[in-house]
Design a protein. Structure first.
Length: 317
């Protein structure tokens, strides 16, 4: 059942791009989508976290950091993602976004939070080759370079967001952190609305259906399903199963919008996802000290990829 929950979560996240594009077709703006998404999702997740007592006795620093992660990191990443989605195919955005586990690995090595290895270097080279093929395959048609740059900005900002989340260690339960992040992001878009003018809500009524789908299915339900699955199968298996997400996006975008990847892009996408698997698939059981705080230093020593899955399932995505 845990694996099923993880796959359902990946599917719910995967169709977010399709819901977003359908909302744009109904006249919804990027700003309106983000404001409604985080308003609905933040309110529901806060309510659930309060009901479960997940927000009790949290350190002030942890609460402030969680809100700041949403207000700055997650708000920026979501803006990049959904702005790119308004300009280029959902399939391309999904494949580019999924560079983030590789970028997290590279950042963790650069910051000396993790050690390098042949397997990780190989994964990095495979991912770079893969994304090169994905982008070169798009050169056969008219390529929106601004859309590509916006899409590339999403995993870069997301990597920084995850590394900040890593600094929290185990202070904040995942559900509480997710609720705080969504609330912080909502605050950012409310503030932007005051400064730049509130977004227009005069779009077609069907737009509200797609906004509700983004917030309720691809955010709240997707996050809760992931937590339920991870509790049963563990973060490593859950993170591997989450690779189903961009596959769902590609299939859904092809079905709904007729988007088609070239053979070169299919190969590039397969290489990117293979690199993610190489990074996340454990070749042997991990000793207990890697799962718990180090007794000598008192600092958590879980891998950044594991932290990514614990903190990042608020993913925009």
């Amino acid at each position: 059942m845990g694996r099923l929950f993880c796959l359902l979560s990946a599917a719910a996240f995967g169709v977010m791009a399709v819901f977003g594009k359908l909302a744009y077709d109904a006249g919804v703006s990027v700003n309106a989508l983000l404001l409604v998404r985080f308003g609905l999702a933040g309110a529901l997740l806060l309510g659930i976290a309060l009901a479960r007592g997940a927000l009790r006795n949290l350190p002030r620093r942890a609460v402030a950091t969680g809100l700041a992660m949403g207000a700055f990191g997650y708000a920026a990443q979501s803006t990049f993602y959904f702005s790119a989605l308004a300009r280029i195919d959902a399939s391309l955005v999904a494949l580019i976004l999924y560079l983030y586990p590789i970028l997290v690995m590279g950042a963790a090595i650069a910051l000396r939070r993790e050690q390098t290895s042949r397997r990780r270097i190989a994964a990095l080279l495979i991912a770079l080759l893969g994304i090169g093929l994905v982008l070169s395959g798009a050169l056969s048609g008219e390529l929106d370079w601004l859309g590509i740059l916006l899409a590339l900005g999403a995993p870069i900002v997301y990597t920084a967001y995850i590394m900040v989340g890593d600094s929290l260690g185990g202070e904040v339960p995942p559900l509480a952190l997710t609720a705080l992040v969504c609330t912080g992001a909502f605050g950012t878009f409310v503030l932007l609305g005051f400064l730049r003018g509130a977004p227009s809500f005069g779009f077609a009524p069907v737009g509200w259906l797609w906004l509700a789908a983004v917030a309720l299915i691809s955010t709240v339900a997707a996050i809760l399903l992931f937590f339920a699955g991870m509790a049963r199968v563990g973060p490593s298996v859950a993170s591997i199963l989450s690779i189903f997400e961009p596959v769902v996006t590609v299939i859904a975008a092809a079905t709904v919008f007729g988007e088609q990847l070239t053979a070169t892009q299919w190969l590039g996408g397969a290489l990117v996802l293979s690199a993610v698997l190489i990074v996340q698939w454990r070749t042997r059981p991990v000793a207990a000290p890697l799962e718990h705080p180090d007794e000598a230093s008192g600092t958590p020593s879980c891998s950044s990829i594991q932290v990514a899955e614990l903190t990042a399932r608020v993913k925009p995505d």
